[in-house]
Design a protein around this ligand. Sequence first.
Ligand code: PEP
Ligand code: MN
Length: 374
Amino acid sequence: MIIEVEKGRRATITQIRELAARFGNRVETTEGDGIYCTLHVIGDTREFSTREGFIRNLPGVRKAFRVESDHKNIARVARGEGGVVRRPRRVVEVPGLDGKVRRIGAGRHVFFVGPDSPQTMAQTLAIARAARTIAERYGIEDRVILRGGAFKPRTRPTDWRGLGMKGIAMLDAAREETGIPYATEVMDHNLAAEIAEHADMLQIGTRNAQNFDLLEAVGRLARPVILKRGFGNEASEWFYAAEYVANQGNLDIVLCERGMKTLFTKGGYCRNQPDFNAITYARRSTILPVIFDPSHVAGDHRLVPENLVASLGHLVDGTITETLHDESFRQEQLCDARQALLMDHYATLVEAVLAFEEHVLPRLAQVLEALDAL
Ligand code: PEP
Ligand code: MN
């Protein structure tokens, strides 16, 4: 629900907040039009909105209306009988022990990097240290987040499925030493709260993209979430999945395009087909930041660099890349070994991203703005 109130009407705003809290909702405020601010009531607002008449009559309220979109909490444009509100895109913040806050969606590329999975303490620390070195070398300490799945969804039941909480302990150690926060996958809704006590960010993988109990479980936790698109999901199904999370009150969601299975991927030239236009569509249709995974589309590390760079043209807010600390470890890596990029190569790609931001992005933005104005 959207409510427009005169700025400075503290009593009215407090009353609305308290009413929202009573129905299990939360209120976010954004700059409105002129003397008004806009209140967004987050979560499932069916009960709250039965008080619409009462809210409309509070002093200073100009408008109060229900949003008609199917994914109300995350829609970029909130439409209802009372009007249309274009909402600002959201910035998802991930603070680190190093005192720096990573801001995803704030206009600067955020680099998620790390192993497919923490497998040994030495490997996990080596990658984290290399990430720290790169962050310092390029002055991007507030833009690097570690990744690593301790709980692995595997197609074959006999394949290695990660170290579970032992892997989480390795990621904890890597964060402790380097100060870099980490994102890790959650598969079981019963374990979500326990993992969230450790992890800085949770990931829902492509195979669980429509696991509604899991989506709701992370929606109830105060942790940012990376939501990968299901490999066979339409864009709208991806947005509905995000809405499952948002409906529980957690709007700190980062959408991630990671490629789909198509007729063509059977040809073997890539693991999944990237849908770059879905990135643009998600950015325009939702308030959520959007990142891209060049590793799972590639399946082969020799194909990762061009996919990563290709996503920049679609104005991604970041990329999530699987890496290897040392070529000799490739033989030992138990999951996604072939697609892991060496950290040295990754460092050069960081340079490419920074060069893109400096030289290409301003011109691209200029053309896109001109097209938007047509
Ligand atoms: C992963 O990030 O390692 C992973 C399993 O990703 P996806 O869910 O996209 O396959
Ligand atoms: Mn992987």
